[in-house]
Ligand binder design. Structure first.
Ligand code: FAD
Ligand code: 2HG
Ligand code: ZN
Length: 487
């Protein structure tokens, strides 16, 4: 956020003044503004309470035209803007680094159209993911992504982070399901890429640039997304594996035995499960899990209950016979299935309950999925950081090679942080993984992006940023290691 050329030739961003707020009011009305100090707090703070900004105004446009007018004004005045959806991001991308204007998409929550024959849903960026799924359920479809924050995150935020979650194994990354976007560029230009066709080979696929751009290239205002038919037969099991080697064997067996109906393979180590059990009242313990054991959640989704149940049963028989699995629970109905999923979904909630946490969302080669957790524990031991000071556990989307390493501490602890960074990122890069699998870069990882991407790639990213946002007003201090406008 340095050296931004303003219209008057000076450098630096302009803070929004009372006059600017009057302009915003004239565009979005009083009901579309938040300026009260107390009401601003949740917009200025992230879900984990790690990052905080000092924005003095949140603008909540109701239409694309309003977004366009707000951005045109900010562009002319060199006022920096942070796009914000449900504010559930885990890398600080939706939080101002100082007093940027927050542009919340919460009121862009209209369902525009649903084409039942094609399964294409077109909606405003501010639609909450769970609300979209509820809209699609009676229509026999579902959203092709699911994540623990579904009750709060918005589809525009999901697109802007290229969110992953627990359905990637079945439907691929979100970018595979996004058919079209409407985006407002930094200067207020409305870019209509809102196609609904599955196939469109007409040159550069511009919409892909905005997917995962974390609000640095434009504000997504509408999304057209392919929605698959809702599976009519779903079965869920949680199985206990005594060690990680057999987890890998179970994964291989599940892929061959369940084939096309396998829809999720999630892993939790024993400390992840115990932390969820201890901190989230109401969870039902499926089985005892001794230290060092793993819980693997398997889900199948298909269209013939009898066939799918028989396949799951056969898998369990083989897994028990081969001593890959020594305990387990298979859900008998949807309510039990929800109870099993609740354990997995509550692990991040548990990590955020009390104390402080350090989170690493990384891609690793599947055979090495759990190695990083062990490496971090060893490092803590070497540095004499006791487990009651820094407890590391691992869980995540085994099926996608996406590990979530969480370290929970009693309080913010700089020594623990120094032990973790850049150690974790160096380890992941050396292992051939990615320092961000699904959560993005945001504020957290921008300084480490150079470990992952070479100078040529970073220069191209900076050139793209300049082409879309020449004054650098969109989400400064995020994603790119340097402010490209200053170069
Ligand atoms: P926000 O947090 O508001 O914003 C995220 C980023 O996108 C920011 O950089 C913001 O500036 C930008 N942005 C938001 N809306 C727009 C827009 N309309 N136009 C342009 N830029 C925009 N993530 C996963 O990938 N997989 C998971 O399994 C998962 N599970 C989670 C579980 C919990 C309990 C929590 C709290 C989070 C989880 N997340 C997960 C992270 C988070 O929910 C996702 O990143 C989600 O996609 C963010 O959506 P949001 O609407 O909250 O976006
Ligand atoms: C999940 O899969 C989320 O539960 C959150 O991506 C992971 O908080 C985390 O580390
Ligand atoms: Zn995840």
């Amino acid at each position: 956020a340095r050296n931004l050329p303003r219209e008057d030739g000076a450098f630096g961003f302009t803070s929004a003044t009372a006059e600017d707020i009057d302009v915003f009011r004239s565009i979005v009305g009083e009901e579309g503004l938040v300026t009260d100090a107390e009401d601003l707090v949740p917009y200025n703070t992230d879900w984990m309470k790690k990052w905080s900004g000092s924005s003095r105004v949140v603008v909540l446009p109701k239409t694309t035209v309003q977004v366009s007018r707000v951005l045109a004004h900010c562009h002319a005045r060199a006022i920096a803007v942070v796009p914000q959806g449900g504010n559930t991001g885990l890398v600080g991308g939706s939080i101002p680094t100082r007093d940027e204007v927050i542009l919340s998409t919460s009121r862009l929550n209209e369902i525009v159209a649903f084409d039942a024959a094609g399964g294409v849903l077109t909606c405003g960026a501010g639609c909450v993911l769970e609300a979209l799924d509820a809209y699609l359920t009676p229509r026999g479809h579902c959203v092709p992504l699911d994540l623990g924050a579904k009750g709060t995150c918005q589809i525009g935020g999901n697109v802007s982070t290229n969110a992953g979650g627990v359905r990637v194994m079945r439907y691929g990354a979100l970018r595979a399901s996004v058919l079209g976007l409407e985006v407002v560029l930094a200067d207020g230009t409305v870019l209509d890429l809102l196609r609904t066709n599955r196939k469109d080979n007409t040159g550069y696929d511009l919409k892909q640039l905005f997917i995962g751009a974390e609000g640095t290239l434009g504000v997504v205002t509408k999304v057209a997304i392919a929605t698959p038919p809702r599976p009519t037969a779903v079965s869920v099991a949680i199985l206990k594996c005594p060690n990680f080697d057999v987890v890998l064997q179970l994964f291989a067996l599940a892929k061959t035995a369940l084939g096309e109906i396998l829809s999720a393979v999630e892993l939790m180590d024993s400390l992840a499960v115990e932390t969820a059990m201890a901190r989230c009242p109401g969870l039902k313990r499926p089985m005892e899990l001794e230290d060092g054991a793993f819980a693997v959640l398997l889900e199948t989704s298909g269209s013939c209950e009898e066939h799918d149940k028989a396949k799951m049963g056969a898998l369990l028989d083989r897994a028990f016979a081969a001593e890959i699995v020594d305990d387990g629970v298979i859900a008998q109905d949807m309510s039990q299935a929800a109870d099993l999923w609740a354990i997995r979904e509550h692990v991040p909630v548990a990590a955020a309950t009390g104390g402080y946490q350090y989170k690493y969302d990384v891609s690793v080669p599947i055979p090495r999925f759990y190695e990083l957790v062990r490496a971090v524990r060893r490092r803590f031991q070497e540095l004499s950081l006791a487990e009651d000071r820094a407890a590391a556990f691992g869980y995540g989307h085994l099926g996608d090679g996406n590990l979530h390493l969480n370290v929970v501490c009693a309080r913010k602890d700089d020594e623990v942080l120094r032990a973790l960074e850049p150690f974790v990122f160096d380890w992941v890069v050396a292992a051939g993984g990615s320092i961000s699998a699904e959560h993005g870069v945001g504020q957290h990882k921008r300084a480490f992006l150079g470990l992952q991407k070479g100078p040529e790639a970073l220069a191209l990213m900076a050139a793209i940023k300049r082409a879309f946002d020449p004054r650098g007003i969109l989400n400064p201090g995020k994603v790119l290691p340097d402010d490209p406008v200053s170069q």
